[in-house]
Design a protein around this ligand. Structure first.
Ligand code: OXD
Ligand code: MN
Length: 641
C-alpha cells in the first residue's frame, strides 16, 4: 500500500460531479464525467466501444485504468474503507474478500456462445440427447436478453475501462483486450491476472482488440440486498460470447471466470475461435519445465479439468534428487508452431487464480509462498492474527484459536462445517512464484516436448500411458473424464466427460475443434508426444495407489525419457504402458505396479463403449471420422485382449 494518510485522487461523489462533462460521441451527444484518464487520447475504436456502453448502462463516470501501483492502492483503500476488502495483517499487501454466498463459482448453465448459425457454436447432438459441449444462444435472443439486463445497469456506479494484454505486451503471440466493468474488485483482480497498462493504447493503435463487457448488475439505488458489500444479480447471470465479433458480455456475477474476462472467456473461448481461424491452439493447460540431473530441460503442457491439481503440478517440488521444476503457467496455454516446426507455448495470464482448499505447505509449498504478498483471497477463512485458513491447512494454524469462516461465523478446527468455500481462491501475481521460469514472459514462448491429459479417475485407469501417435492422442484427449469438483456449480461426486479438459471453455463446435487438432499435424512439424496420467486411482480399500504431488516427478521423468525415445514402453490396448520397473519408485513403499498399471478388460470394454456413445451422441455428424476410427480401433484392441 502507498501512504494511507495522504489522499490522492480518491473518487468521491462530489469530485465526480465537479468534473467537466465530456462528450463521448458527437452523434448521440453522450456525456459522461471522466473520473480519471484522458478519454480524448484513446484509440477511436475504444472510444466507440466505451461510448456505446455508456449510452446503454448509464454509469455516473468513467475511470480509465493505467495499471499503476498508485491506482491499485487508491482502489484498494476505497474497498477497505467500504468493507469489501479486509487487510490480512500477517502478510504484505494481502486482502480478503467475501462474496455474496450466492456468487461463488462459474455459472456454466448461464454461459453461452452466440452465433448466427447454431452449429458454428455447438455440435449436432443426437435427437433426444442434451448437448453438454457448449451452449448456443441465437443472436436475437442474446440481443433481447442483454437489453433486458444492461439498460441502466451501471447507474450510480463508475465504469472502469481496463486495457490489458494476454501475453507479454506487444508479443507476437499476445492479444489485447479492453474490459469495461463496474466492480472495483474486478479491476484489482484483472490487474493481477493480466497485464494492465496504459502502454496498451500505444501498442493497440487502430488495431483489433477483444471487447469485454462486465457488469455486476446492481445499479444504485440497489434493488437487491447487498451481502458482504458484494453486489450482484445471481438470479439473472448471463455470460455471452460473440466469437465472430471477438466480444464478451458478462452480467450479474463478480466471481472468477464469470467476471475476470481475460481468463476463461477471452483466453479460452474467444481465443479458441481466433486460434482456429489463425491456425494455433488455445488450451486449458498448465506449462512447466523439468530439468533432469544431466541438465537436460523439457517443457510440458498438461490439461486437466478444473480443480484436479493443475496448479500443484505446475509448481511441483520434485522429490527425486537432482531434478528441477519451473513453472511457466498453471491454467492456460496458447500454442503455435514456429518456423522451426516446434510447438511454442506462452502463458497468456500474469497471475494465478488458484483453488485454495487442499493447498498447503505439504501439497504445494510453492503456491503458499507465492501468495504471501500482493494477493487477494476470496472466500477463505481468517485467523485471529490476520492470516488465512482453509481446509488442508489444519497443521499450519493453532487449533485452539478461533477462525472466522468465509461466511463470517466463528469456528475452530475440528468443528463441523468448513472454514473456506470449496471453490475459494487465491489470486496472486505469477512473478511472486519462487520457481517461475526465467522465460515465462518470453514473447516467443517455450518449445513443448510433451502434452499430457489427465483427470480424477478412481477406477481402472493406469498411472500413465502414452498415445500411439498424434491422432490416437487426440482421441485420448477427446475421451477425457474426471470426477466433478467445486469449480463450477455441480454438486456431488460423479465421473463426468470433460473432453480435452475444455468442456466448459469451448468457443465453437467441438467436432470442428477436434478436426482443428488433427489438422495442426502437418509435415515438417515436430509433433509433441501425447500422454494420459491419473494420480487418483484407488485400491479396493479406497486408498490412493500413488502418493501424487512431488512424487509425480517420477512419472514426468518417464515421460521425458519417452520423449527421448528410450525403450521403456510396451503396447497395451489403450496405449503404451511403462515397462515393468521403468518408473523409478526407489524410496517409495507399498507401490503395487500391478494395480497401478493394470488395464482391466471389463472396465475398458465398458469405458470404450460408453465413451464412443458419448462422442457419437454429443457430436453426431461433426465427429471427425479419424476420431471415430481411433475409437473403433481401440474397441477392437480391447475386445481382443
Ligand atoms: C479455473 C477453472 O478457475 O478451471 O481455472 O475453473
Ligand atoms: Mn482452469
Amino acid at each position: 500500500m502507498g501512504n494511507r494518510g495522504e489522499r490522492r485522487n480518491s473518487i468521491t461523489e462530489t469530485e465526480i460531479e465537479d468534473k467537466a462533462d465530456v462528450y463521448l460521441n458527437d452523434r448521440d451527444h453522450i456525456e459522461v464525467h471522466v473520473v480519471k484518464g484522458d478519454f480524448t487520447a484513446l484509440p477511436e475504436k475504444v472510444k466507440e466501444f466505451i461510448a456505446e456502453n455508456v449510452k446503454v448502462c448509464r454509469p455516473k463516470g468513467i475511470y480509465l485504468c493505467d495499471g499503476s501501483e498508485e491506482e491499485r492502492d487508491e482502489i484498494t483503500e476505497k474497498m477497505v474503507a467500504r468493507g469489501l476488502l479486509t487487510p490480512l495483517q500477517k502478510y504484505d499487501n494481502c486482502f480478503l474478500a467475501r462474496t455474496d454466498p450466492a456468487d461463488v463459482a462459474r455459472v456454466e448453465g448461464r454461459t453461452f456462445t452466440v452465433t448466427k448459425e447454431k452449429y458454428a457454436s455447438v455440435p449436432h447432438v443426437k435427437e433426444g440427447v442434451k448437448g453438454i459441449l457448449g451452449q448456443w444462444m441465437g443472436e436475437e435472443d442474446a440481443r433481447r436478453e442483454s437489453q433486458n439486463r444492461l439498460a441502466g445497469c451501471m447507474k450510480g456506479r463508475v465504469m472502469y475501462v481496463i486495457p490489458f494484454s494476454m501475453g507479454p505486451v506487444g508479443g507476437a503471440l499476445s492479444k489485447i483486450g479492453v474490459q469495461l466493468t463496474d466492480f472495483n474488485y474486478v479491476v484489482l483482480s484483472m490487474r493481477i491476472m493480466t497485464r494492465v497498462s496504459s502502454k496498451i493504447w500505444d501498442v493497440l493503435g487502430d488495431g483489433e482488440f477483444v471487447r469485454c463487457f462486465h457488469s455486476i448488475g446492481a445499479p444504485r439505488p440497489v434493488q437487491r440486498k447487498v451481502i458482504n458489500h458484494w453486489p450482484c444479480d445471481p438470479e439473472r447471470v448471463l455470460i455471452c460470447h460473440f466469437p465472430d465479433e471477438r466480444r464478451v458480455m458478462s452480467y450479474g456475477s463478480g466471481y472468477g471466470g464469470n467476471s475476470l474476462l481475460g481468463k476463461k472467456c477471452f483466453a479460452l473461448r474467444i481465443a479458441g475461435r481466433i486460434a482456429k481461424d489463425e491456425g494455433w491452439l488455445a488450451e486449458h493447460m498448465l506449462i512447466l519445465s523439468i530439468t533432469n540431473p544431466k541438465g537436460e530441460e523439457k517443457f510440458i503442457a498438461a490439461a486437466f479439468p478444473s480443480a484436479c491439481g493443475k496448479t500443484n503440478m505446475a509448481m511441483i517440488t520434485p522429490s527425486l534428487p537432482g531434478y528441477t521444476a519451473r513453472c511457466i503457467g498453471d491454467d492456460i496455454a496458447w500454442m503455435r508452431f514456429g518456423e522451426d516446426g516446434r510447438l511454442r507455448a506462452i502463458n497468456p495470464e500474469a497471475g494465478f487464480f488458484g483453488v485454495a482448499p487442499g493447498t498447503s505447505t505439504k501439497t504445494n509449498p510453492v503456491a503458499m509462498k507465492s501468495c504471501m504478498k500482493d494477493t487477494i483471497f476470496t472466500n477463505v477463512g481468517m485467523t485471529e492474527d490476520g492470516g488465512i485458513f482453509w481446509e488442508g491447512m489444519e497443521k499450519e494454524v493453532d487449533r485452539e484459536k478461533p477462525i472466522t469462516t468465509w461466511l463470517g461465523d466463528k469456528w475452530k478446527v475440528g468443528m463441523e462445517g468448513k472454514a473456506a468455500h470449496p471453490n475459494s481462491r487465491f489470486c496472486c501475481p505469477a512473478s511472486n512464484c519462487p520457481i517461475i521460469h526465467p522465460k515465462w514472459e518470453h514473447p516467443d514462448g517455450v518449445p513443448i516436448d510433451a502434452i499430457i491429459f489427465g483427470g480424477r479417475r478412481p477406477e481402472g485407469v493406469p498411472l500413465v500411458y502414452e498415445s500411439f501417435d498424434w491422432q490416437h492422442g487426440v482421441m485420448i484427449g477427446a475421451s477425457l473424464k474426471s470426477e466433478t469438483t467445486a469449480a463450477a456449480e455441480f454438486k456431488g461426486k460423479q465421473i463426468m466427460h470433460d473432453p480435452m479438459a475444455m468442456r466448459p471453455f469451448l468457443g465453437y463446435n467441438f467436432g470442428d475443434y477436434l478436426q482443428h487438432w488433427l489438422d495442426v499435424d502437418q509435415p515438417g512439424r515436430h509433433m509433441p508426444k501425447i500422454f494420459h496420467v491419473n494420480w487418483f486411482r484407488l485400491n479396493e480399500q479406497g486408498k490412493f495407489l500413488w502418493p501424487g504431488f512431488s512424487e509425480n516427478v517420477r512419472v514426468i521423468d518417464w515421460i521425458c525419457r519417452r520423449v527421448d525415445n528410450e525403450d521403456i514402453a510396451e503396447p497395451s490396448p489403450i496405449g503404451l504402458l511403462p515397462k515393468s520397473g521403468s518408473i523409478c519408485t526407489e524410496g517409495l513403499s507399498g507401490i503395487s505396479e500391478e494395480e497401478l498399471f493394470s488395464v482391466p478388460k471389463d472396465y475398458w470394454t465398458e469405458d470404450i463403449k460408453e465413451t464412443k456413445q458419448f462422442l457419437i451422441d454429443q457430436t453426431g455428424c461433426d465427429l471427425p471420422s479419424v476420431i471415430l476410427d481411433e475409437l473403433n480401433k481401440q474397441q477392437e484392441r480391447i475386445e481382443n485382449m
